[in-house]
Design a protein around this ligand. Structure first.
Ligand SMILES: [Zn+2]
Length: 348
């Protein structure tokens, strides 16, 4: 069976909007709502929110004797206000495995608890080269030495509090989305790129008048970057969980920005061999070019479900993303191959 045509323009448009929707873990509801609205265009899906705030879609299939699930996460790295400093600037605590060097000088938005937003940027405490010279260069990029400079007139704790900012307010870093020659460059392609692939797969089957081979649950989780995203939310009758998350590109890796990749093993150990083998056979049968790889510092929502006691076969596929958890980049070729692979699995 030929795979349905993917609407690449739709994939990129949805992805760009999602990337521009801030969603640090714990504050992902705007991205959940953005995705819910996009999926509401497909009446064959029944949508609901889990109590934890994840988005769950139920997609009736040709059969329902071995239901399946796919998952991808909507949350991203980010930060939270830890202290308002005497100079009115903000000391942060990191959300997820954020490395300060990767967001130094980045623009950010503070989501004050009263609903207001305040713009700013992340700097070291010795940011001016003309004042601090080598001291600024040598400064270790750790919590103590980083601060948010707010784009508001404040030079004291009181003035910052008057802006509505308090300890515990969320901070999201600007994604800086750019498209050039098929490349998509942005923060948080992990894992918004894969959410976009799943939506493009839904749209492709919908447009072709097809339904999945088995009833399929789509879980868009909201706490993956802190380790427990899909620990809850996968219905108990599900027999297989396909986790769709980015592939790690770097020295010694087979993954690249132009391919979709199956992850055979990561920090949490091997994925399900039989399920992974079936996915590889599907890719080969449909002529989908793919890589197989292992990721040295990586965990996934599939493993979160396993650790929570989920009795399912779990496999992981996704597009190669360069400079992951940094200023990331992938290519449309990898996104389309990932979507083809999802479609091949859905229709199998
Ligand atoms: Zn991820």
């Amino acid at each position: 069976m030929a795979l349905p045509t993917i609407d690449a323009a739709y994939l990129l448009e949805f992805l760009t909007g999602l990337l521009n929707t801030p969603s640090p873990s714990g504050y992902a509801h705007l991205a959940v709502e953005y995705t819910r609205q996009a999926l509401s265009a497909f009446p064959e899906l029944s949508l609901s929110l889990t109590r934890k705030g994840a988005l769950l879609a139920v997609w009736p299939g040709e059969r329902n004797d071995a239901p399946r699930a796919l998952t991808a996460h909507l949350d991203t790295l980010g930060a939270m206000v830890k202290e308002i400093k005497p100079n009115g600037r903000l000391k942060l605590t990191r959300i997820g495995a954020l490395i300060w060097n990767n967001v130094e000088t980045e623009g950010c938005t503070v989501f004050a608890h009263n609903g207001k937003t305040v713009r700013g940027s992340l700097l070291t405490t010795k940011a001016s080269s003309h004042v601090y010279g080598k001291e600024g260069f040598d400064l270790v990029r750790e919590d103590e030495n980083m601060e948010v400079r707010l784009d508001a007139r404040t030079a004291s704790q009181d003035e910052t509090r008057q802006l509505g900012i308090q300890v515990g307010d969320y901070v999201a870093f600007d994604p800086r989305v750019e498209h050039t020659n098929g490349f998509v460059r942005s923060r948080h392609l992990d894992d918004k790129a894969c959410v976009a692939c799943i939506l493009a797969a839904v749209k492709a089957l919908h447009a072709a008048g097809l339904k999945p081979g088995q009833t399929t649950y789509l879980l868009f989780s909201n706490f993956e970057e802190v380790g427990h995203g899909a620990a809850a939310g996968i219905p108990p009758q599900v027999v297989e969980l396909l986790t769709v998350d980015m592939a790690a590109v770097g020295d010694g890796q087979t993954s690249d920005e132009f391919h979709t990749t199956i992850c055979v093993k990561d920090s949490g150990g091997p994925y399900h061999h039989g399920f992974s083998q079936r996915l590889r056979q599907l890719a080969e049968g449909h002529g989908i070019p793919y890589k197989a790889d292992t990721y040295p510092f990586y965990g996934s929502d599939g493993e979160a479900f396993w650790h929570a006691g989920g009795d399912v076969a779990v496999a992981l596929i996704g597009p190669g993303v360069d400079a992951s958890h940094n200023y990331e980049r992938t290519h449309l070729e990898a996104l389309l191959s990932t979507t083809d692979w999802i479609n091949a699995y859905l229709l199998s």
